[in-house]
Design a protein around this ligand. Structure first.
Ligand SMILES: Cc1ncc(COP(=O)(O)O)c(C=O)c1O
Length: 373
């Protein structure tokens, strides 16, 4: 048995000829940066998201930095960010000149909540950065009720929904990454900023091109961060497939439940009215590393995410809160493990993963047992 952690290749197989044709068209046209493919992708993705504006940028990290500056975040401002997320979410805040303030997450959904945000607000808080971690939408509407501008980092959540609205379009501004392993992944780096606010969109468009609106006069110190034509053309072939791919991921999550995964590990809790995109299927267990090793011995790929909580990364030392102040993050960083997940993970493969968990459980002397919730 061999079950990979991700399979982003198989779903692309039926699209490869069309992708090759579209890439050749771009090469023959000879326009490589911010041309017709980027404009078309921006408008198609905006329609998909139900948003007024999409601005293509170089990657998901730049998307956050540019979006924060477009929201008016300035040097010395504080931006609240989850302590359990990928490093880029916090790094982009520092690159925007602001100070990340780490807040804890809900241990069951792994996302920030209005309460965890409220606990760290100060008069210097300028914005809240909510991450849709592992593809499950954060409670952005409730967090917006706190009255601060909210950025939704939807890098892992393309195709997810909350209350019937698309993840990435739930906040004042949203950001995406099109890194190849993402649910909507290009063949290189790419990212996007999403907003309904004309002023935010205008500033973001200028900042992605050196702070210039006309390429001759320069109003701001900005960035060179642009989505290129080849990636945009590829993303245009993939976008109509995104909902189907996410449905495949949701079917895989249901297959895990039907196979009885809850007997052996604690699966993520899905909030009411949320439809996750399951970029990663991350469960918890008190003996996560033993399970990872046991699964690998049985041909099942599994790995931990964010074992070192963000505030403990040396680059984040200036922003670290006191020890013990982020208990759910500390717990999740010790106990999480990602199991195989992809649009094409079959019910049989999901059942094989659960059978491997059962076999590990049976063979462990003191027995890894289901962690109490
Ligand atoms: C939550 C989150 N935010 C931001 C990023 C950064 O995206 P990129 O790698 O495109 O810069 C990632 C990428 O892994 C991510 O997972």
């Amino acid at each position: 048995m061999s079950i990979p952690l991700f399979d982003t290749d198989t779903p692309l197989n039926p699209l490869r000829d069309r992708i090759r044709d579209r890439v050749v068209e771009v090469l023959e046209r000879g326009v490589y940066v911010l041309g017709p493919e980027v404009r078309a992708f921006e408008s198609e993705f905006a329609a998909y998201l139900g948003a007024r504006h999409v601005i293509g940028v170089g990657n998901g990290t730049d998307a956050i930095t540019i979006a924060l500056r477009s929201l008016g975040v300035r040097s010395g401002d504080e931006v609240v960010v989850p302590s359990f997320t990928f490093y880029a979410s916090a790094e982009a805040i520092v690159n925007a000149g602001a100070r990340p303030v780490f807040c804890d997450v809900d241990p069951a959904t792994r996302n920030i909540t209005p309460d965890t945000v409220r606990a760290v607000l100060t008069p210097a808080t300028k914005a809240v950065l909510a991450v849709d971690l592992f593809g499950c939408p954060a409670p952005v509407p409730e967090i917006r009720e706190l009255g601060l501008p909210v950025l939704e980092d939807a890098a892992q959540a393309a195709g997810a929904e909350l209350n019937g609205a698309r993840a990435g379009a739930l906040a004042d501004v949203g950001t995406f990454s099109f890194y190849p392993s993402k649910n909507l992944g290009a063949f290189g780096d790419g990212g996007a900023i999403v907003t309904d606010d004309d002023d935010v969109a205008d500033l973001a468009r200028s900042l992605r091109f050196h702070g210039s609106r006309d390429k001759r006069t320069f109003e701001f110190v900005g960035y060179n961060s642009r989505l290129d034509e080849v990636q945009a053309a590829i993303l245009r072939v993939m976008l109509p497939e995104l909902d189907g791919w996410c449905e495949g991921r949701r079917a895989a999550a249901r297959a895990y439940a039907q196979a009885g995964i809850e007997e052996y590990v604690t699966p993520p809790r899905v909030p009411a009215h949320a439809s996750p995109a399951w970029h990663l299927y991350v469960v918890t267990h008190p003996h996560a590393e033993e399970l990872i090793a046991g699964l690998r011995e049985r041909g099942v790929s599994a790995r931990a995410y964010y074992r070192t909580p963000l505030p403990e990364q040396s680059a984040m030392a200036p922003y670290a809160a006191g020890p013990g102040s982020l208990p759910a993050t500390d717990e999740l960083s010790r106990t999480n493990l990602a199991l195989p997940m992809s649009p094409v993970l079959s019910p049989e493969q999901a059942a094989d993963v659960v059978a491997a968990l059962a076999a590990i459980s049976a063979s462990a002397r003191s027995g890894p047992r289901r962690q109490p919730v």
